[in-house]
Design a protein around this ligand. Structure first.
Ligand code: COA
Length: 329
């Protein structure tokens, strides 16, 4: 399986830290020093998550040089679909990818890596040749904008990669590891509201709806700085790759301090650490493909580059992948 295209799309509206300070008791200095975030994008009235996902997917397909009918699988990694039954089929229709099976996959901020690995299985076992994997989230619709401990972190965006089946010698997914631990899930969640209404005498039903994001920031921080280096270390060891042989470290963009801590642990210099969270904040499943698309477009990531990536977040879920960027074949 080769990574042959990438694309991204972000909303037009941006919201900087000073503007956020008009809503909650916070300020630019606090947010920048604790997180590295300066601004984030917020989906407005004339945009949708499906629309952004479509744009990102279209860019990835066009970089790969694909006709829409040749795509056989579209995976949308998201926790915030426009439709709870799944938004991937809407993207498929907008792309004109009529031969693609399409479905959503949810693993919060690890969603993109989980979807990438899932798509790779179809391509490696020979059942499909071309897959589009999109990571997209609109957490701004589920953030409690009066909770300064969490609302400063999140933003909206979409990123996509085009994956093509190849011979095993040319496989661009050198290795991966995925993990989950539901027993620690309560430090970051977006739960159903517990709202029961009478249906008929003696029977009630639950009304649909979710309560805003609930987060124990300190616990999530500790989880990330413990588990991400561990899973990356396991992956590097199994694949007999030394950290100095990596071209790029591409982590889920949650907090610059987490990126720095992981890079320090492996003595990876700052110029090899991809980071754009100052501009976008944490866009959940979108961060990794959004960052990749940006670095491919501006020429930083080149064909043949070796990338160590790790996603982590609610679930709890986390994962890591070693990838070689191929670009258009
Ligand atoms: N602006 C100003 N002050 C704030 C604030 C804000 N936005 N948020 C919290 N504070 C205050 C707190 O009230 C507290 O004040 P106190 O000492 O008077 O009680 C102080 O700042 C320290 O708060 P604390 O929660 O201890 O800060 P922290 O150093 O742990 O940083 C996070 C908070 C959220 C930035 C940090 O814990 C974090 O990044 N965690 C990971 C979150 C994450 O990445 N989630 C998504 C994972 S996918």
């Amino acid at each position: 399986m080769a990574l042959v295209g990438s694309g991204s799309a972000t909303p037009n509206q941006s919201l900087n830290n000073d503007q956020l300070g008009q809503r909650v008791d916070t300020n630019d200095d606090w947010i920048r020093t604790r997180t590295g975030i300066r601004s984030r994008r917020v989906i407005g009235p004339n945009e949708t998550l499906t629309g952004l996902s479509h744009s990102a997917g279209l860019s990835a397909m066009s970089m790969a040089g694909w006709e829409p009918e040749s795509v056989e699988l579209i995976l949308l990694a998201t926790s915030t679909p426009d439709d709870l039954f799944g938004s991937a089929p809407q993207i498929q229709a907008k792309l004109g990818a009529f031969n693609a099976a399409s479905f959503d996959l949810t693993a919060a901020c690890s969603g993109f890596l989980f979807a990438l690995v899932t798509a790779a299985q179809f391509l490696r076992n020979g059942s499909m040749k071309r897959a589009l994997v999109i990571g997209a989230d609109q957490l701004t619709r589920w953030v409690d904008w009066d909770d300064r401990r969490s609302c400063v972190l999140f933003g909206d965006g979409a990123g996509a990669v085009a994956l093509e089946a190849t011979s095993s010698e040319k496989d661009g997914l050198l290795g991966f590891k995925l993990k989950s631990d539901g027993s620690r899930g309560d430090c970051l969640n977006l739960p159903q509201v517990q709202d029961y209404l009478p249906l008929v005498p003696g029977t009630s039903h639950q009304r649909g709806g979710f309560s805003p994001i609930q987060m124990n920031g300190k616990e999530v921080y500790k989880f990330a700085v413990r588990e991400v280096p561990e899973i990356l270390e396991e992956l590097l060891q199994v694949n007999e790759i030394l950290p100095e042989n990596l071209d790029w470290l591409l982590l889920h963009q949650a907090n610059q301090r987490i990126l720095d801590a992981v890079a320090d642990r492996f003595a990876i210099p700052q110029h090899k650490v991809l980071s754009n969270l100052a501009m976008y904040g944490n866009t959940s499943a979108a961060t990794i493909p959004l960052m990749l698309a940006e670095a491919v477009n501006d020429g930083r990531v080149k064909s043949g580059d070796l990338i160590a990536s790790s996603g982590f977040g609610a679930g709890l879920s986390w994962g890591a992948a070693l990838m070689r960027w191929q670009g258009p074949i």
